[in-house]
Design a protein around this ligand. Sequence first.
Ligand code: ATP
Ligand code: MG
Length: 354
Amino acid sequence: MTKTYKIAAIPGDGIGKEVLPEGLRVLEAVSRRFGIQLEFTHIDWASCDYYQKTGQMMPDDWRAQLQPMDAIYFGAVGWPASVPDHVSLWGSLLKFRREFDQYINLRPVRLFEGVPCPLAGRQPGDIDYLVVRENTEGEYTNLGGVMYGGTDREIVIQESVYSRFGADRVLKYAFELAQQRDRRHLTVATKSNGIAIAMPWWDSRADAVGQAYPSVTVDKQHIDILTARFVLQPGRFDVVVASNLFGDILSDLGPATTGTIGLAPSANLNPERSFPSLFEPVHGSAPDIYGRNIANPVAMIWSGAMMLQFLGHEDAHDAILQAIERTLIEGPRTPDLGGTASTTDMGRAIAERI
Ligand code: ATP
Ligand code: MG
C-alpha cells in the first residue's frame, strides 16, 4: 500500500493566499504523475484574519492539530496594518520553528536561465549552492540585560548560547548534504578572529564532526569576507553552514544575488521527523502587491518541491524544477520577471508542463 502523506496547507496572509493555491495546483499535478498520495488539511489560522476574529494567531490546540502531519506547507504571515509583525510572527511561524524543533533552515540559491542576475556577467550554473542555517540557538537568545540603565554608565549584555548538541547536529546535517553533492565542498561560516570564545569553539566542532566525512573538503571563512564572496565569487560555494545570525544574513543575501525574491524557497526541517517540517517561500506577505494576482508563485512552488524531496520523492522534486526552469525561459512570467502574466497564469503553466 502506498503511503498517504498528510499535509497542512496554511496560506496565512497577503500574497500567501495567492501563491499557495498555485503551489497546491502543481503538487496535485506532480502527485498524479508519480502516483504520490497527498492528503491536504486546509487551515485558516496562523493568519492575521484569524487574529482579528479571535485575539490570537492560532487556536490553543494548534500543536495537537499539526503534530500528526507529515509536513506543513506555508504561505506567508504578517499584515502590519492590522497586527504588529512581532505579534504575528512570534504567534505563529516562530512557534512552529521552536516547538517543532525545526533546527535546520535550508535555502537553495540558484541562478536560472531567463532570470536577470543583479551580479554582472554571471551565467546560470555560476551560482548554485545551499545555505544551511542553525535555526534554534546561537546569537538569538533572550539572555542578558541592561545595567545602570539611563545613566552614563549604561551597559547592555546580550548572550549567545551554543551547545555541543545543537552545533553538532547542524554541522552533521551540512556534512551529509555536502557528501551527497557532486562537488562535496562545505564552507563553514565563522568569525574566530573576533568572536574569540564561541567561534573558535564552533570551528573545533566543525573539525570534530568533519572527521566522519573525509570525502568532503572544508573551507572555514570569516563572515565578513564570506559575504563579499557571495557577491564577487559565488562559484566558490557548494554547501554553506552557519550559526543562527550569520545564517540569517547569508540566507537573505544569497537569494538576493539570483534575481527576484519571488523565486527563493526555504525549508525549516526537523530531520529526525519527530515533528513536522515546514516549507515556505523566503518572501513575506507583500501587502504592497496583494490583491492584484501578480505575485510570482515560483518560490511557493519550489518550496513544495523541497517538501516532496524531504518526503523521499526526488523524481517529483526534479520534475517540478524542470517545469520551473522551462517556464522561466519560455514564459509566462510575472511582472517581477519582466512579464505581464498573472500568478495564476504562471502557476497553471508550470502545472501543465508537469
Ligand atoms: P518579511 O515578511 O520577511 O518581513 P517583508 O514584509 O519586508 O518581509 P516581503 O513581503 O517579502 O517583505 O516583500 C518585499 C518586497 O518584495 C515587496 O516589494 C514585495 O512586493 C516583493 N515581493 C515579495 N514576494 C514577491 C513575489 N512572490 N512576487 C513578486 N514580488 C514579491
Ligand atoms: Mg512582512
